[in-house]
Write a protein that binds this ligand. Structure first.
Ligand SMILES: [Zn+2]
Length: 292
């Protein structure tokens, strides 16, 4: 019976570099007759949920002999999306959008208008004056939207009496939503893109794009969201990270790991050197530090 199977997963603990996630976590297949490893593209990454790479040496799955460890190939859950018609539904009422009101205090209307179009900024009445930052991927599919409330005068987030932040798929009450975030602004990357700058907050990405429009500005949306998964779609572009003040060490550590995986990526320590409050970002520097 056993010899009917041509290949089996290597039962030893030897691991190789995974073709997908590049970590040394790939279990290779062994040819049962020759006892030789199958070519290195074939195998199973043991990072089952994070990576899930699994390639049989043959198109015929019958030739795969399951090992005693009861591994079952977990089908990759498909990404959930939000219908594109939200752009029509929420891409309006900008006079009731605190973030836009804030921008209009500092920038020409035409610049603000361009930013609205580029980043598909939307308005929500979930809280009066709220803004939606849509995460639109490189295929122009909407992964989700972040609903946030800003103070129209200061441009700061409203954090009291509670942080005014929610997700669109939660507001819509979608069940079993498989959220896979992408970088905010990812839809702006195209073949004409030269350098990509990555910041933490959506607000900062938008404002920086209005000041330094020669770069494409993207946001991770959260400190801990700087992940290779999110950077993968921009792997072929030069990337500069602009972490918030005090986050340099943590982002730079990750950037060094990404560099090992052939990313052309660097981290700016500009904010660390400035006399700014902890957690300040480029916009804080440009707006408040300069007494604007
Ligand atoms: Zn892997």
């Amino acid at each position: 019976m056993i010899m009917e199977y041509k290949y089996t997963l290597d039962p030893t603990s030897k691991k190789f570099r995974c073709p997908r996630c590049k970590m040394k976590r790939l279990v290779k297949f062994i040819n049962n007759e020759s006892k030789q490893y199958a070519p290195s593209e074939f195998g199973r990454c043991d990072r089952e949920s994070a990576c899930g790479y699994f390639k049989y040496p043959s198109n015929n799955k019958q030739q795969y002999l399951p090992t005693t460890e009861s591994y079952v190939a977990i089908p990759k859950k498909t990404i959930s999306y939000i219908n594109i018609n939200v752009l029509d539904r929420f891409g309006n009422n900008y006079n009731q959008n605190n973030f836009i009101s804030f921008l209009l205090q500092h920038f020409d209307e035409s610049l603000v208008y361009d930013a609205i179009i580029e980043y598909n900024i939307c308005t929500s009445n979930y809280w009066k004056g709220a803004t939606i930052f849509l995460q639109i991927d490189n295929e122009f599919k909407i992964r989700t939207g972040k609903v946030m409330l800003f103070n129209a005068l200061t441009g700061k987030r409203v954090k009291k009496p509670y942080p005014h932040i929610n997700w669109m798929h939660k507001v819509f009450n979608y069940k079993e939503y498989n959220l896979q975030q992408c970088l905010f602004g990812l839809n702006l990357v195209n073949k004409f893109t030269t350098t990509i700058c990555v910041v933490e907050s959506e607000k900062t990405a938008i404002i920086m794009s209005m000041i330094f429009s020669e770069y494409v500005w993207l946001a991770t949306g959260a400190k801990h969201n700087l992940k290779e998964n999110l950077l993968k779609p921009i792997k072929n572009y030069p990337i500069i990270l602009y972490p918030d003040k005090t986050e340099y060490e943590s982002w730079n550590k990750k950037a060094l790991l990404f560099s090992e995986n052939n990313y052309n990526i660097s981290t700016s320590n500009l904010l660390e050197k400035l006399n700014l409050e902890d957690g300040s970002d480029l916009v804080d520097y440009l707006f408040y530090f300069n007494g604007n």
